[in-house]
Every structure is written in C-alpha cells, then in structure tokens.
Design a protein around this ligand. Structure first.
Ligand code: ADP
Ligand code: MG
Length: 456
C-alpha cells in the first residue's frame, strides 16, 4: 500500500488539490509547514445547515450577469515572467471579478433542480459548499486588492475554495444515485455536463492565481514542491509549456497497473510508439485525469477479456501547427454548444496539438452498451460477478465504489464518470475524444488535444 500511496500522487493532486494544501499550509507563514497553523481560520460551519441570508440575496443578481468568456490570454497574461507585484495584484483582481458570478450561476442551477433532489443530503452538501464559497468571496467585492497583504489573504480564500470543492464528484455521484427515482439519467447527465464543465473553468481560474502566487513568492521553496513545480521555467501558473504526453502516460500507466494488480492480481502492460518526444503546452492536471481514466478502461477491458499478454498500445502523434484538420468526433458532445461560451479559447487557432490513440485488445464495446458510454453514471462495472443487474443499470454496487472514491481510494471502474468527464476536460481547450470499438476485438480511443497556444 505504501507503494500505491506514492503512485497515487499524480491522481490525487487532480485537480489542484495539492496547490490548495500547499497554500493552506504555507501561506500564513511560509517557513512553517504545519497545516494546523491555519485551521482556526477555517470556518467550521459549512457542513451544517446554515442560513446564508446575505449570499441568498446576492445569488439572483450575480447569476443574471453573463459568465465572462475566458481566453487563454487572460490566464497567461498575468504570469509572464518576470512576475512582479503589480501583475500579481491584477491577477488577483481579475480572479475576483470572475468567481462570484461563476459560483452564483452554479448555485442557481442547483436551485433549479427538483426540490426533492436538492434536499438529498449529498446534493445539499454541494449546494452548501457553493453558498459557503460565495460567502467567503462577497466581502472582497467592492474593494480593491491593492497590496500584497490583501493578495495573500485573498489567495488563502482561493486555496480554501479549491479545497472545499475537491471531493465534489463522488458526493454528487452518490447524491444522484440516491435520487435516481426522482430524476432521469438524461436530466442528470445534462446537469452534470454543465456543472462539471463549469467547475473545470472555476478551478482553473482559482488554481492559476494560486500557482502564480507561489511562483512569485520570495519564500517559495522549490525543494518542498511536488511536481509540477510552479517555479519551473517551463510553467506559466498551472500551464506547462513543454508537457510531454509520453511521460504522463508512463506515470499514469504504473498507477493504473497498481490498481489492476490489487483488483485482478495482474499488471497489464503498455507500449508507447509514434513520436514519444512530442511536447506541447497544456495543463498537466487535466492530461493526467484523462489519461488515467482512459488507461483504466483499456486495462480493465484487457484483463476482463483475458488478453493480459497483449499490451495496450499508445500512439502519440504531434499535430503540425499549420494543418488545422480537426478529426470528426462522434458522437458529438450533446451539450457542447451551450458551453462554448464558457470555454477557454485557444490563444492561437494554429496552436500545435497532439493526438493520442489508446488501443486495447479488450474485446470492444457491445452495440447495446455503446450508446450509453457518454452518460454520467453509466457503467458496466459490477463488484460482484454474479449480479443479476442488467449492464448499465444504476446499481447499488456503485455505492461501494463511491465510498471507496470518497475515502480517497481508487478503483478500476464503477462511477461511470470516466468517459464523459474526460471528454469535458478534452473539449475545454478545443480538443475531443472519439471511441472506435471493434466488437469482439478491441477498442481504439482517439484523444485529440489542442495545445494552449503560443505563450510568447
Ligand atoms: P466506468 O469505467 O466507471 O464504468 P466510464 O465512463 O469510464 O465508466 O466507461 C463507461 C463504460 O464504457 C464502461 O463501463 C465500459 O462498459 C465501456 N468502456 C469504456 N472504455 C472501454 C474499453 N476500452 N473497452 C471496453 N469497454 C469500454
Ligand atoms: Mg472508466
């Protein structure tokens, strides 16, 4: 288990949990790493039922304001070295100008769910988390972050915000599973698609400022930094301008092989071909999430199909910047249109990208399963093999998988969020995912990622 814990690192810090931990443990006093230092600053109330009359009033007005259409230029413009105090302050002000509106939109969407669904304790908890986060930001509105002391305190608030929403996914999964009598899978998928895509952007904005704060901090101690190091010259905030997908595949591959070893007693193998030296500018946390989920699916299918001797083949193909021939992705993302406005626009439409194909000999996906693979909560995974539940049913088995996920553990499959959420991450910067199944043989997954563009 010690080994597994070590290897969980790339998975655990998704998305940005480590930044929040680092921030909460070092911001108060950069020389003191004891997390307890800041505990008394944490509001103790947000898991209880609290009346947030102040935020309640703020929500409808804020939610009426349109969500700022983020561009990557917005994300990197404060982070170009040399990072000076003025750049850091303007990054903080920019972040503050976005977050309350974004949170209010999410609160409004939660309020629009059927009342019996919002009353579920798990959904309620997510709702309260949003209310709480908004209430921590509202006092900052209407004043200017004009000095570094303000900036430090604001970054603390951001770190707490990122931390508060870290475990959202298993909690929402459990909540919607418990409410399955009252809301259809299609409605759940619609809500989650919006919610989780918006969450990607909100976390990215907050994490970007936290990372910039660290890369500019005179107290920053690189030796204590987990990778990716924000002080690394190749980074602008959370963006790695020279991310090497082959390295991500190898680190996520050994993590997923460990989970397989625990679940099935075998370690599937993988090989990388194509152009393993490719690098591009991307957010490492997002790539790690996607690759981990796709490798889980490929390894699980390989083992369950008894093909342990056939390695999963990962082909990495850089995309020449001049050629902009997007591969057609099918099926198209149901609700992408509605979210385009919330998407980060590539800095440069000709930004170099990469296509990664993950090919397994796991037997493919049967035609009756195929139409459901992009729905949240759809899974063919079952913990007990002799279950009579039809494939894809919202089984109570999922509850035990969710419990494992909420307690920080990881299982090979079962939440049914892997594919749809990976697609949300890929589409965030203009990429996509296509699944080609050759039933009876195996599956090819094409992951196309657009780089975040020229940073200079
Ligand atoms: P989960 O893995 O938790 O079940 P996913 O969203 O990752 O959820 O996948 C949904 C379903 O798609 C899986 O349960 C499985 O039936 C099918 N699937 C995905 N990838 C593959 C693959 N490479 N080979 C076979 N089936 C797959
Ligand atoms: Mg999966």
């Amino acid at each position: 288990t010690a080994r597994l814990t070590r290897l969980q690192t790339p998975f655990r810090r998704i998305p940005g949990q480590y930044l929040a931990r680092r921030a909460s443990s070092t911001l108060q006093n950069p020389n003191k790493k004891d997390a307890s230092v800041v505990h008394h600053h944490r509001p103790q109330t947000h898991h209880h039922h609290v009346t947030y009359s102040e935020t309640d009033d703020a929500v409808p007005l804020l939610a009426k304001q349109p969500i700022h259409r983020l561009s990557l230029a917005d994300l990197v413009k404060h982070g170009r070295p040399p990072l000076n105090a003025e750049a850091l302050l303007s990054s903080a002000r920019f972040t503050l100008s976005l977050l309350p509106i974004r949170l209010a939109h999410r609160i409004q969407a939660l309020r629009n769910l059927p009342y019996i669904v919002v009353s579920n304790p798990n959904i309620r908890k997510i709702y309260n988390n949003y209310q709480h986060s908004l209430s921590t930001l509202l006092p900052w509105q209407g004043r200017t972050i004009s000095n570094l002391e303000d900036e430090i305190r604001f970054t603390e608030v951001l770190a707490e915000l990122v931390q508060t929403h870290t475990d959202t996914i298993p909690i929402l999964a459990r909540g919607f599973l418990e409410c399955r009598k009252y809301i259809s899978p299609a409605e759940v998928t619609h809500f989650l698609d919006q919610h989780l895509r918006a969450r990607i952007g909100t976390r990215l904005v907050a994490e970007q400022h936290i990372a910039l704060h660290y890369s500019s901090s005179p107290h920053f101690d690189p030796s204590s930094s987990p990778t990716p190091c924000p002080e690394n010259p190749g980074y602008i905030g959370v963006i790695d301008t020279a991310l090497r997908p082959a390295s991500t595949v190898d680190s996520c591959g050994s993590f997923v092989a460990d989970i397989c070893e625990l679940n099935y007693g075998v370690r599937p193998e993988w090989i990388i071909n194509g152009n393993p030296h490719t690098t591009f500018a991307f957010v490492p946390m997002h790539l790690e999430y996607i690759i981990t989920e796709l490798l889980k699916n490929a390894f699980r299918a390989t083992v369950e199909n008894g093909m342990n001797k056939s390695p999963v083949v990962i082909t990495i193909a850089p995309e020449p910047p001049s050629i902009s021939t997007p591969i057609t992705l099918s099926p198209p993302s149901v609700s992408l249109g509605a979210f385009n406005k919330d998407h980060i626009q590539p800095l440069d439409d000709n930004a170099p990208g990469v296509t990664i194909r993950i090919r397994d000999r796991g037997g493919g996906i049967s035609p009756d399963v195929l139409p459901h693979i992009w729905s949240y909560s759809f899974t063919t995974f079952s913990e007990n093999d002799d279950s009579d539940a039809p494939p894809g049913a919202w089984s109570d088995d999922a509850l035990s998988v969710i419990s494992a996920a909420s307690s920080g553990g990881s299982s090979i499959a079962g939440l049914g969020y892997g594919l749809p959420l990976s697609r949300a991450y890929a589409e965030y910067f203009g990429g996509g995912i296509a699944v080609q199944s050759l039933h009876g043989w195996g599956t090819d997954v094409y992951l196309r990622l657009k780089g975040v563009g020229r940073i200079e």
